[in-house]
Design a protein around this ligand. Structure first.
Ligand code: GLU
Length: 425
């Protein structure tokens, strides 16, 4: 397994990281020059200025983005994040990752991403509703079940999706549930969607264990991030018998080699609303990033980007890296991880459970027929296991890392359809 040296100009610019990996995979694939140029750039980038009257009466203008990276394999799909440090480059990178992610799991979507520069923790529910509605109104020509289908991401949730669905429906004068996924189940959401990313992580961890001949109960896991993805992954892994020895959220981290009772921790954080590092379940307190470097078998970074870098990759002690977040590892860290012989389950595969169940939600909305949770979970397992096998097989056949294999597989699938469709002129 080998990864060509990737050297973006700025290690922490996620768009440069995404480009470096795209370039390495395209070269290895022998992608034609024209295809390379086509797939490298997004299809469209939209910036919207969102005027909102705050509760104080003050009129503020927020900046929002939506990037369509690709519509080649179907309508473009991807989350909307609300965060104070959103940048257009970040949204661009995330949009391209959605294209590759949807292609890796072979669902009929292209990639998109959106973001609004705001701090959801400091805004009231009413203010968040007005931001969401105006953002949606500005983008109403670009959204649509056959155009662009948003979903939750950092700082957004089911309520945000309900507002997007309602605003879009008011504009087109038709109730259109399939314009967003990750909605509340009561209004066209899918069973199992909320837990889907975490469940997908568990499924690929199980697959990795089988390769290494490890047992769940002998496997120590560190999970960085305790939001929807991290908390669900940690809870499901814990319930399945894995030992969760490290946890962290923005407030800090905890490590305990005897393992945590994650259900109690969940209750502490989500029902008692107490800070994660104060959890009385034992364990050494440390900075959130430090948990990444503690002894464990599987490391699941499920928080934000740029956590594992060329500076710190040598400190990671895990044997398996399962990327719950998008872009937690910089492109410049890839080589160091390869040198260590790390088995990487790259983000575009590891966290694809979310968009896979989003696809199921879109299908159910369009059919008007809803599946039981067991059926959703069974189909998810099937997709994740099959995709894992395809990526690993591709990596072995082409002697590349799992990450570059996932990109190659995805780029090849998109380029194949692009050639069939041709260039409209
Ligand atoms: N935001 C999630 C992701 O990054 C889900 C996207 C979706 O379901 O469309 O994969």
């Amino acid at each position: 397994m080998s990864t060509p040296a990737l050297s973006p100009h700025n290690e922490f610019n996620v768009y440069e990281s995404a480009e470096a990996r795209f370039e390495a995979a395209s070269k290895k694939l022998g992608l034609e020059e024209g295809m390379y140029r086509y797939l490298r750039y997004p299809n469209k980038e939209i910036t919207v200025y969102i005027p909102v009257t705050l509760d104080s009466g003050h009129l503020e203008v927020f900046i929002g983005y939506r990037v369509h990276h690709s519509l080649v394999r179907g309508p473009c799909k991807g989350g909307v994040r609300f965060a104070p440090d959103v940048t257009l480059d970040e949204v661009r990178a995330l949009a391209s990752w959605m294209t590759w992610k949807c292609a890796v799991v072979n669902i009929p979507f292209g990639g998109a991403k959106g973001g609004v520069i705001c701090d959801p923790g400091k805004l009231s529910k009413g203010e968040l509703e007005r931001i969401t509605r105006r953002y949606t109104a500005e983008l109403s020509e670009w959204f649509g079940p056959e155009r662009d289908v948003p979903a939750p991401d950092l700082g957004t949730n089911e309520q945000t999706m309900a507002w997007i669905m309602d605003t879009y429906s008011m504009h087109v004068r038709t109730t259109t549930t399939s314009v967003v996924t990750g909605k509340p189940v009561e209004m066209g959401g899918s069973q199992g969607r909320r837990a889907a990313t975490g469940r997908g992580i568990m499924i690929v961890c199980d697959k990795a264990l089988a390769r290494f001949g490890l047992k769940r109960e002998d496997t120590n896991v560190v999970v960085q991030g305790f939001g929807n993805v991290g908390a669900t992954a940690a809870s499901l892994l814990h319930q399945a018998g894995y030992k969760i020895v490290g946890v962290a959220d923005v407030q800090g981290g905890l490590y305990n080699e005897s393992g945590f009772d994650v259900l109690k921790l969940y209750d502490w954080v989500y029902h008692q609303h107490k800070p994660l590092p104060d959890f009385p379940g034992g364990g050494a307190r440390m900075a959130a990033q430090e948990v990444l470097f503690q002894p464990c078998d599987i490391l699941v970074p499920a928080a934000i980007e740029n956590q594992i870098t060329s500076e710190n990759a040598h400190r990671v002690q895990a044997r398996i890296l399962c990327e719950g977040a998008n872009g937690p590892t910089t492109a410049m860290a890839d080589e160091a991880l390869d040198r260590k012989g790390m088995f990487v389950i790259p983000d575009v595969l590891a966290n694809a459970g979310g968009v896979t169940v989003s696809y199921f939600e879109w299908v159910q909305d369009r059919q008007g027929l809803f599946w039981r949770e067991s059926e959703v979970n069974e189909r998810l397992k099937d997709v994740m296991e099959h995709s894992f096998d395809e990526v690993v097989r591709y990596s072995e056949t082409h002697d590349v890392s799992n990450r570059i294999a996932a990109y190659m597989l995805a780029i090849d699938r998109v380029a194949f359809v692009l050639k069939l469709r041709g260039i409209y002129a």
